[in-house]
Design a protein around this ligand. Structure first.
Ligand SMILES: *Cc1c(COP(=O)(O)O)cnc(C)c1O
Length: 352
């Protein structure tokens, strides 16, 4: 059994959190003269929101079958990433491990906090390089970030290697599952009870289609979650976002319709891209985007931009040379993308 408390930064462990008005008095009814709100305002937004997002978490708890005390909500997963770094890593001393090519925020959060980032490249098949990770570990390695399905490659990381790290690494393994709902694989949320050093990140930004609301979820050991709640800004998720997310969690049918549509379009788009001569490789994706290697990615990118079709240039990223990352759009958007690419290929008389 890994000792989570031992890993927490000493100053964070000792910290006395800010106690907000709404965390001291939780009832909904009353004459509220405690938070310096404007009681003359008749709108719906003059009151501070629930600092612990109780209602929303109750719903998430039911839907994900995770206990309330194992759920943290952040202002996007990005806030959870930042808080995890600050909770465990001592600036100028500790380090984290990331596995590029991967999501950029792990490194940025570490850099802001003056935490060393040890980069262990994924293998050519975009899997974890366990041997090299083990070599890079030392007593100051507090976190390993794993993204699965991985952004920008789109593939799933083997469960065995994640479990291996959970069993053998003394620090925290943070598994970012931002795209899990688009995947055929199960979430590792089911392993939370077995591994106190596992944190699973999910988000309302992708499958739920609520990126604008800024709500990210972190699932983990009760001690770890309570520390995140202690160091977060008191009212980190606004009331309107909480309300809309609450509704979205209950609308299961709509959610599944969206997911299935994305998956179906992903399959079609992938096939169409493969059939073009200008593509070198269309990588398999378990997410809502596809990484595509082009024979002349620069020209393709320019041509798409000229037609106001914006994709992400990932060509300067190691292992993603000549690659563009393309989000699966609506059926019409994907058709337009393919049409534009096919016309470009034809106009240039490109024969490969
Ligand atoms: C989009 C994305 C997120 C989501 O971040 P939010 O702050 O919740 O919007 C997290 N991780 C990865 C890998 C992503 O691609």
């Amino acid at each position: 059994m890994k000792n989570i408390e031992k890993l927490i930064r000493p100053n964070v462990k000792k910290l006395v959190p800010y106690s907000s008005a709404r965390s001291e008095y939780k009832e909904k009814e009353g004459v509220f003269l405690d938070a310096n709100e404007n009681n003359y305002c008749s709108g719906n937004y003059n009151r501070y929101p629930d600092p612990l997002q109780m209602e929303l978490k109750e719903k998430i708890s039911k839907s994900k079958k995770v206990a309330f005390s194992n759920i943290f909500l952040g202002n996007g997963s990005d806030e959870a990433i930042d808080l995890l770094v600050r909770c465990f890593c001592v600036p100028g001393k500790d380090n984290i491990i990331i596995n590029p090519p991967t999501y950029g925020m792990y490194e940025v959060a570490a850099n802001i906090n003056d935490i060393e980032v040890r980069k262990i490249k994924l293998t050519k098949g975009f899997q974890l390089n366990i041997k090299e990770i083990e070599k890079a570990l030392d007593k100051n390695t507090k976190l390993i970030f794993i993204c699965s399905p991985n952004n920008p490659t789109g593939n799933t990381i083997n469960k065995e290697s994640i479990l291996y790290l959970l069993n053998n690494f003394e620090g925290i393994v943070i598994l970012d599952e931002a795209y899990i709902d688009f995947s055929e694989n199960e979430s590792l949320i089911s392993e939370l009870n077995k591994y106190p050093n596992l944190v699973v990140l999910q988000t309302f930004s992708k499958a739920f289609g609520l990126a604008n609301l800024r709500i990210g979820m972190a699932f983990g050991n009760e001690i770890l979650i309570s520390i995140l709640n202690k160091i977060k800004p008191p009212y980190n998720i606004n009331g309107l976002s909480q309300k809309i997310a609450l509704k979205a969690v209950t609308e299961k049918d709509e959610f599944h319709l969206m997911i299935n549509a994305v998956k179906e379009e992903r399959k079609k788009l992938s096939k169409k891209l493969q059939s073009l001569g200008i593509t070198e490789k269309v990588f398999e994706s378990a997410a809502n985007f596809i990484l595509v290697k082009f024979k002349e990615h620069k020209n393709v990118f320019q041509e798409l931009t000229k037609n106001k079709i914006i994709v992400r240039d990932r060509s300067r990223t190691e292992l993603c040379e000549d690659c563009l990352r393309i989000t699966v759009g609506t059926r019409e958007e994907n058709k337009l993308l393919i049409k534009t690419l096919a016309e470009y290929e034809k106009a240039k008389g490109l024969v490969y």
